[in-house]
Write a protein that binds this ligand. Sequence first.
Ligand code: SAM
Length: 296
Amino acid sequence: VPAAALTLEAAASRVPARRFSRSLIAAANALMRMKESSRAPGARILDDPWAGELADDHWLLSLIRFGRFVLPPLKRTIDELQTAHCVRHRSIDELVLAAVERDRFTQVVMVGAGYDMRAARFAERLRGARVIEVDLPEIGARKRALLGDHCPEQVAADLSSESLGRALERSSFDPSAPAVFVMEGLIHYLSPESLSSLFSDVARGPGARRAIFSFIRPDVFERASGPLKWLFGLVREIPRASFTRDQLRALCERHGLPAFASWQYAEQVATFAPIARGRRVGSTQDVARADGDGIK
Ligand SMILES: C[S@@+](CC[C@H](N)C(=O)[O-])C[C@H]1O[C@@H](n2cnc3c(N)ncnc32)[C@H](O)[C@@H]1O
């Protein structure tokens, strides 16, 4: 058993697995994109006109939103999270657009899509690609009910009990065509077995394959601030695992995605989101890209 797998297993066993039907973190991400989109055009990291429609009125999110006005450490944590999330989201925007426009990938599969609106935000620039979203049934259903025609094709699947490959058989996904798989804010919620199965399905197929994903490093995991831990505990979506760059590089290589690159927060700002320079940030996720053999 590779050392990386042992470490992941140890990390995952710290927090019991939780099956949730409605991700409040996905909704909180939409709220942060909504708030960022309201900044002046020259100051915003990204623009997501649909994020406000998806804002969730769950009482816990309302408690946190209004609680920040009376608890300064909570406000600081939420502001920092907004910057970290939007820089990461913008970085992944740019990586997805480059995959389609420059590298000619014709399929984009958003795994754990949540309230990601890239298909609509970049409808024009992604028109050369088929976009498919995969998430738990309740997330897709809520998104469709609120935004109907703006949603791309959706596949309902719980990746803790079904493989991605099996789920995609219910969609128009074409295994023989080039495909990029986006997994933003997802992999730290999966068991080592589900993670391994996911990457094996991402890499499989006669068509070219690319993975774009975010991850939490162990040092970030360990250093998370008190208010941040409290927030994740409150919504009961505590990340189960953290990963070093080398562990993920090894995982990708093992599954046939050997060309690996990753960006820590400061590199994300410098490369993809210079507008965020100078903004204060706390815990962040790294962003990675891994290509199958033969992709330059
Ligand atoms: C933190 S949210 C990220 C959402 C979106 N990618 C973003 O960055 O805003 C994690 C997403 O993964 C989905 N997810 C978590 N566990 C899953 C599972 N076992 N099967 C399918 N989706 C899952 C959640 O429903 C949620 O939408």
